[in-house]
Design a protein around this ligand. Structure first.
Ligand code: PGA
Length: 292
């Protein structure tokens, strides 16, 4: 019979998710050798390698990957039940698992900070990722709330739009297209365009609504890194206006005038219809709607 302990499951989940023993040890507040030991014991108990380590790269093996999914589900259920008990004992406490699109990160972080000031006993785990990963989380039902752009209608989701999310084109302040109003998509397609990775909601929207063809090999999976690349004059980028507020105000990058832009969509607060929201998740859902 395969035996494992919860400590081993938590260690393994953290190492795979964070792709690092060091980061896992920091998150779990135990030493790095202790994390190694947990994974070693788990490997022996299961009787198969679970993790490949090449230099600093940490990736799960085939079995490790399967087992990781189980760990994510088990840990989510355990944390949820812990949180439910805590909230029954103290309705102002509780743990919130929230996953957000990269474009909503700065807005949600600010709202979470405000919420935490109001409910100091609550704890939260914030994961920032792209649309594809958020949909996976909703399918696997391993998060309380998701904040994202335009959820798919075919999924059985409870969705509530709460704030506009304008997507804009940005360029270096010396870019020649800034001299022209209403640039066409054709004008843009002659330039070096910096795109988000496959699976990004920003990228999907720009391709679908603006009909853009991304002509460059420059793909960057972080809005902050796209802004840096645009500042460095690498090309034209596309981001949510909310992520570049300060840079636009200081003039280090500029918003291009382009036909069909800004593409205005909404952010949505989303969760699975089939799972009941915990009291703290319900409270945060209303809080974020009221903060918009
Ligand atoms: P993403 O998020 O580009 O990081 O996937 C934006 C969205 O879903 O609208």
């Amino acid at each position: 019979m395969i035996n494992y302990t919860l400590k081993q499951l938590y260690s393994f989940e953290a190492v795979v998710r964070l792709k690092s023993f060091t980061k896992a040890s920091k998150e779990l507040f135990i030493t790095q050798p202790a994390v190694y030991m947990q994974i070693q014991q788990l490997t022996q108990n299961i009787g198969s390698d679970l993790i490949n380590t090449q230099g600093k790269k940490v990736t799960p093996t085939y079995i490790g990957n399967k087992f990781y999914r189980t760990c994510v589900e088990v840990i989510y259920i355990l944390e949820k039940s812990k949180s439910e008990i805590e909230q029954t004992l103290d309705p102002e406490a509780g743990h919130l698992q929230i996953a957000v699109a990269t474009t909503t990160n700065s807005f949600v972080s600010r709202v979470l900070a405000k919420f935490k000031r109001q409910y100091p006993k609550m704890t939260f785990h914030l994961e920032v990722t792209n649309r594809k990963m958020l949909l996976e989380k909703l399918i696997n039902n391993n998060t309380d709330l998701v904040i994202m752009g335009e959820p798919p209608i075919e999924m059985n989701l409870e969705t509530k739009p709460f704030m506009e999310n304008p997507l804009i084109a940005i360029a270096h302040p010396d870019h020649p297209l800034l001299l022209k109003k209403n640039n066409s998509i054709k004008d843009l397609n002659k330039e070096t365009l910096i795109t988000r990775e496959q699976g990004s909601g920003t990228r999907i929207t720009i391709e679908r609504i603006a009909g853009m063809e991304f002509n460059s090999d420059i793909q960057i999976n972080s809005n902050e890194a796209i802004i840096e690349a645009v500042q460095a004059g690498l090309g034209i980028g596309f981001v949510s206006k909310h992520t570049v507020k300060l840079e636009l105000e200081s003039g280090i990058i500029k918003q291009l005038s382009v036909q069909r832009f800004p593409i205005t969509r909404h952010w949505y607060v989303v969760h699975n219809k089939k799972s009941a929201l915990s009291p703290i998740a319900k409270r945060f859902k209303q809080f974020i709607i009221d903060s918009s």
